[in-house]
Design a protein around this ligand. Structure first.
Ligand code: NAD
Length: 277
């Protein structure tokens, strides 16, 4: 399977579909990332908070795949917000990953009440200008926190990684991203495998295409232009989740999935979330 690339607003190319490793212990992450790389995934999404950057790094090195063919994302955790602490946290992540240059670094959560994300972003800009990171972005930013970042800093984020799936479609935020040439990356693209994948409409559409509900959900993301990072540790599902580039949903399918939006999050609200571990 070959995954198409999307071009980010700074010209860097990124695979539209990658592999996420939240809630996967370090040694298990090493195995799962190795399977994903063998299966054809080239983009891996980890985070300092996931405590599996080391296992992810071992799998990347062990794969024998050329560094230039890999796209690695990690995230700055909440307890590391601030200019100097960001620079230190970045070095620690790179040490664990065993990399010299990172493809994409994200602020994991904005924590607006702590009011430190602008300084944090200035450290991201320094690392980017120094050539340590190929692209910088954010995660869980709202329209309000993005507007402030755009107004007060120089480098525009390439993407915003947010909770997004057919039951939580984020239409307003996606429109804002599009207006500002910021890509939307969907976390929990399968709705964490709970509920969404049992939806009868998804099942009906899946049957019509000879695909699974998970593949229909991922195909929907691809067709609305999202970058997606589904997670699984099961080899058959890892293979299933990347096999979404040989069919297309019809306009009627897309309209039926648009009606599944419930506007309900599975995860925390970024306006208030400030857990520090
Ligand atoms: P997901 O929507 O990718 O769902 C994963 C779960 O769905 C699996 O654990 C499994 O139970 C099930 N599943 C996977 N493939 C399946 C298949 N083919 N058929 C049936 N069931 C299947 O959920 P996620 O892990 O929450 O999100 C994906 C990635 O997004 C994470 O691993 C992480 O990298 C990222 N993420 C980021 C944030 C953030 O704050 N930035 C938050 C959550 C997740």
């Amino acid at each position: 399977v070959t995954v198409p690339n999307v071009r980010l607003n700074n010209g860097v190319e990124m695979p539209q579909l990658g592999f996420g490793v939240w809630q996967v212990a370090d040694d298990e992450a090493e195995k799962a990332v190795a399977v994903a790389l063998e299966t054809g995934y080239r983009s891996i999404d980890t985070a300092s908070a996931y405590e599996n950057e080391a296992g992810t790094g071992r799998a990347l090195r062990g794969s024998g795949i050329a560094r230039d063919d890999l796209f690695v994302t990690t995230k700055l955790f909440n307890s590391d917000h601030g200019y100097d602490s960001t620079l230190h946290a970045f070095d620690a992540s790179m040490e664990r990953l065993g990399l010299d240059v990172l493809d994409l670094y994200l602020i994991h959560w904005p924590m607006p009440a702590r009011d430190n994300y602008v300084d944090t972003w200035r450290a991201f800009e320094k690392l980017y200008k120094d050539g340590r990171i190929r692209a910088i972005g954010v995660s869980n930013f709202t329209i309000g926190t993005l507007e402030r970042l755009l107004a007060e800093t120089d480098v525009k984020p390439v993407l915003n990684q947010v909770e997004l799936h057919p039951n939580f479609q984020q239409a307003e935020l996606r429109a804002f991203h599009q207006e500002h040439d910021i890509r939307t990356e969907a976390w929990s693209p399968l709705g964490q495998g709970r509920g969404l994948l049992e939806d009868p409409e998804l099942a009906r559409i899946a049957k019509a295409h000879g695909k699974t509900p998970a593949q229909v959900a991922l195909r929907w993301h691809v067709q609305i232009g999202n970058i997606v990072i589904p997670k699984s540790v099961t080899p058959s599902r890892i293979a299933e989740n990347i096999d979404v580039f040989d069919f297309a949903l019809t306009d009627a399918d897309m309209a039926a999935i648009a009606r599944l939006d419930k506007g309900e999050r599975l995860g925390p609200d970024p306006a208030t979330f400030d857990w520090m571990g």
